[in-house]
Design a binder for this molecule. Structure first.
Ligand code: FES
Ligand code: FES
Length: 173
């Protein structure tokens, strides 16, 4: 058995430590945010934050997450609530500004890639408060093992949503 913190909660996992983290999150912990796209670290659909850094959970073994903090799409509201110091009651009514921006900009088309897009956006905005368009493009294309791919072509809407989220986060900090 191994232990890791997932979305702020300590979880004891009984699975082989060479299991892909994605399988553990989806099958053992029933977290359906991260998606199985390519399974080869080539698309970003499966992305999660590991100690705040975006990783591809399809090719990351469970052993790499032992003793660390994993944040999935489901954990973004609580992550933001903690950063803002919200009460537990307020936290339960809160979405992460990235999620709000994605809704307001109506960013998803089929939606399959959008888990990874929001995870990458969160990682970027925690590091760079007001990224330029060039910095946003670089984050989504060169700051991981591969570019985040959207077969529906939602890239323009993603850039606009990141900028909207940056504005909201700047006000909330
Ligand atoms: S499913 Fe993990 S990068 Fe594509
Ligand atoms: S919205 Fe369909 S793959 Fe990105």
């Amino acid at each position: 058995m191994v232990t890791m913190v997932v979305n702020g909660v300590r979880r004891d996992i009984q699975a082989p430590t060479d299991s892909p983290l994605l399988y553990v999150l989806r099958n053992d912990l029933e977290l359906s945010g991260p998606q199985f796209g390519c399974g080869l670290a080539q698309c970003g659909a499966c992305s999660v934050l590991l100690d705040g850094k975006e990783i591809r959970s399809c090719t990351t073994p469970l052993s790499a997450a032992v003793g660390k903090e994993v944040t999935t799409l489901e954990g973004l509201p609580a992550r933001w609530a903690q950063q803002k110091g919200l009460s537990k009651a307020d936290a339960e009514k809160t979405l992460h500004p990235v999620q709000e921006a994605w809704i307001e900009e109506q960013t998803p088309l089929c939606g399959f890639c959008q888990n990874g897009m929001m995870i990458k956006a969160t990682e970027l905005l925690e590091r760079v408060a007001s990224p330029s368009v060039a910095e946003i493009k670089a984050a989504f294309t060169t700051s991981g093992p591969s570019a985040h791919l959207c077969r529906c072509g939602s890239y323009t809407a993603i850039i606009e949503a990141v900028q909207r989220a940056a504005t909201t986060m700047a006000k909330g900090r």
